[in-house]
Design a protein around this ligand. Structure first.
Ligand code: ZN
Ligand code: ZN
Length: 91
């Protein structure tokens, strides 16, 4: 009576494995397996992957947001100066 064909979840021994973590190759149930970039991960490996991936994307997001805000500020200042000059010229 061996059940080597049906693997059990690494975190839930009573549950049948649904997917394999592609990082640590642990069998995972539907609740434990999370797909990220089309690859199955366990919670632990997903956390490590997210931590590794986040700082770069977050910095890029902050920089682009700052550049966009500065550009908007610059443009609105230019428009204000231009409008002021136009009004002063007309008056
Ligand atoms: Zn894993
Ligand atoms: Zn599980």
């Amino acid at each position: 009576m061996t059940s080597t064909a049906t693997q059990r979840c690494a975190h839930h021994p009573q549950r049948q494995a649904f997917a394999l973590c592609m990082s640590c190759h642990k069998p995972l149930c539907q609740e434990c397996a999370t797909q990220w970039d089309g690859i199955w991960h366990c919670a632990k490996c997903l956390g490590a992957k997210r931590r590794a991936a986040k700082p770069r994307s977050r910095a890029v997001g902050w920089i682009s947001a700052a550049v966009a805000a500065l550009l908007l500020l610059f443009l609105s200042a230019r428009v204000l100066v231009w409008a002021g000059a136009l009004i002063a010229g007309l008056a």
